[in-house]
Design a protein around this ligand. Structure first.
Ligand SMILES: Cc1ncc(C[n+]2csc(CCOP(=O)(O)OP(=O)(O)O)c2C)c(N)n1
Ligand code: SF4
Length: 288
């Protein structure tokens, strides 16, 4: 276990008081500390949004990518140094909306990444427009008569897309969330953790109380087995009255990095200095 304080930084979050992102930040720090990680061997990559500001508030390596582009950057970093613990962080707009295409491809590639999606069912940073996970009928400035679209179901999308770890947590239960994030980091392959994250300023429907009345832990359910795809699919379809949290699905499949022969020699960044020069020379010959 490493000292939790190692991940603290002076920067104070600009999130609204009570925002679910505070619980997520606390859970990520706890998970890193309990897994004995250190700032130098962790990397947080985010897109744009309130939740995507999280890497500013933690001491770790960080990269703030364009809106929706956390996953390709995180994948590139993982390929350059697969010994680094890489975590991508998105909001629901960032991860399931503008970044949705990247999500589809990362799931089938299975790089060893953890992906936290802070799902507040709204665009928080841009002042409350409806998002891909807003419930049908959700009223906002861009859906004044209520959204007429059905919501993206992150658990079902992840199962159908081939994600090898599919989990859901709740920002209002940071202890359970910490355990879930630890399992996701320990998983070998792409791990999606969708986190129900109340936006206290703009989403007055999906509040802490709304989620508390509905969430239950699959871990407590007798007979539930997260390696059973059929059972996971049934859980993924649950919403509204009962919302399952915990590890919904997990499977063992080789990671992308494991299948790239060149990477078996060690991380690209450790290769001898001659190699990058060779590569640069080859590029020069081809293009110049
Ligand atoms: C290419 C591009 N399009 C649109 C925006 C404007 N924009 C910034 S954040 C955001 C949505 C954020 O919503 P979400 O990802 O759910 O995060 P939250 O703020 O709710 O945490 C949008 C549309 C942008 N920055 N870049
Ligand atoms: S607008 Fe919503 S998501 Fe953004 S900081 Fe405030 S409460 Fe959090």
């Amino acid at each position: 276990m490493s000292d939790l304080k190692l991940f603290n930084i002076d920067e104070k979050p600009t999130w609204c008081p009570g925002c679910g992102d505070f619980g997520i930040l606390a859970a990520i720090k706890q998970a890193f500390s309990q897994l004995d990680l250190q700032p130098h061997n962790t990397m947080l990559v985010s897109g744009i949004g309130c939740g995507s500001k999280l890497p500013y508030y933690m001491k770790a390596n960080g990269f703030d990518a364009l809106h929706g582009r956390a996953l390709p950057v995180a994948t590139g970093i993982k390929l350059a140094n697969h010994e680094l613990n890489v975590m991508a962080i998105s909001g629901d707009g960032d991860g399931y909306g503008i970044g949705g295409n990247h999500l589809m491809h990362v799931m089938r590639r299975n790089p060893n990444l953890t992906h936290i999606i802070e799902n507040n069912q709204v665009y928080g940073l841009t002042k409350g427009q409806y998002s891909p996970t807003s419930d049908r009928g959700y009223i906002s400035s861009t859906s004044p008569e209520g959204s007429i679209e059905i919501m993206v179901n992150p658990m079902a999308v992840a199962l159908a897309g081939g994600a090898t770890f599919v989990g859901r947590g709740f920002a209002g239960d940071p202890k359970h969330l910490t355990q879930l994030i630890m399992k996701a980091i320990q998983h070998k392959g792409y791990a999606l953790v969708d986190v129900l994250q109340p936006c206290v300023t703009y989403n007055k429907i999906n509040t802490y109380d709304w989620y508390k009345e509905r969430v239950y832990k699959v871990d407590d359910e007798e007979g539930f087995d997260s390696i059973d795809f059929g059972q996971a699919w049934a859980k993924a379809r649950e919403w509204d009255e009962r919302i399952p949290i915990g590890v919904i699905y997990q499977e063992d499949r080789p990671t992308y990095e494991e299948q790239v022969e060149e990477l078996q020699k060690g991380p690209l960044m450790r290769w001898s200095p001659e190699r990058p020069r060779d590569v640069l020379e080859a590029i020069k010959l081809e293009f110049v």
